[in-house]
Design a protein around this ligand. Structure first.
Ligand SMILES: [Mg+2]
Length: 251
């Protein structure tokens, strides 16, 4: 059975199209009507999302239209499919060529995002990327969000998961026996942290450009075939815990 290579979407393959093309413009419109700044309005969403997360309502914490209702705002509509041109401008360097090359590799490709399907699909459709992914896993479909291990039940056995967040993408990869590949800087994370996560999370592999990914996947596949146990020796586990009490899954 071909193993899965899965991707986060926002800030891994794309520069957050839901936020840039839909949510922020809506916030700006609402804020202008109220005579305030969109950042103040966003902060109310952020705080309510974080409150839900801390209460264990991990899926509901990403339900922006429901949060808009809770905050007494006008209905936040779902996005409609934009022009391909608008979304193409948000593709991160190397993403499309890496996906093309991986499509020909001996793996199955999937998306695992914490954005609801109806927030993400219009952009995938606009790009014509849906043919490349066998599955798109979202919190509203599976009833859980990264870094909960059960999010990955539909994409197992997994070879690797690639993402930009240590406390979501790398942690869920390491919890589900696949290689966690960090793309980007590994920025400081203070929101939506799993209280059961380690104080420090170290990626198995840190990539600065997606163009390097196909060679890494080939290398992982070869390692897998040679190893007596499929995962033996794959993961150079580093010390993961520091004697810190703060529940921040970050460096
Ligand atoms: Mg992301």
């Amino acid at each position: 059975m071909k193993p899965w290579v899965t991707f986060d979407l926002d800030n891994t393959l794309l520069r957050n199209p839901y936020w840039r093309l839909h949510f922020r413009p809506w916030l700006e419109e609402q804020a202008a009507r109220q005579g305030t700044d969109y950042r103040a309005l966003w902060n109310a969403f952020r705080l309510e999302g974080e409150r839900r997360w801390r209460q264990g309502q991990w899926v509901e914490s990403f339900d922006w239209p429901d949060i808009a209702r809770e905050l007494g705002l006008e209905p936040l509509p779902d996005p409609v499919r934009p022009s391909a041109h608008e979304v193409r401008a948000l593709i991160l360097p190397g993403a499309e060529s890496a996906l093309r090359r991986l499509h020909a590799a001996d793996v199955r490709l999937g998306v695992v995002t914490n954005g609801f399907l109806r927030f993400q699909k219009p952009y995938l459709d606009a790009l014509g990327w849906e043919y490349g992914f066998k599955v798109v896993v979202t919190p509203d479909l599976v009833g859980a969000a990264k870094p909960a291990a059960r999010v990955m039940a539909h994409v197992s056995p997994g070879l690797a998961h690639i993402g930009d967040r240590l406390s979501h993408d790398i942690l869920v990869a390491q919890r589900t026996d696949r290689v966690g590949i960090l793309i980007g800087e590994g920025r400081l994370e203070t929101d939506r942290i799993d209280p059961l996560g380690p104080a420090r999370i170290i990626p198995d592999i840190h990539l600065h450009h997606l163009g390097d990914l196909p060679n890494i996947v080939t290398w992982l596949l070869n390692r897998d075939q040679q190893a007596s146990s499929p995962r033996d020796g794959l993961r150079p586990r580093s010390p993961v815990s520091l004697p810190h009490q703060r529940p921040i899954g970050d460096v």
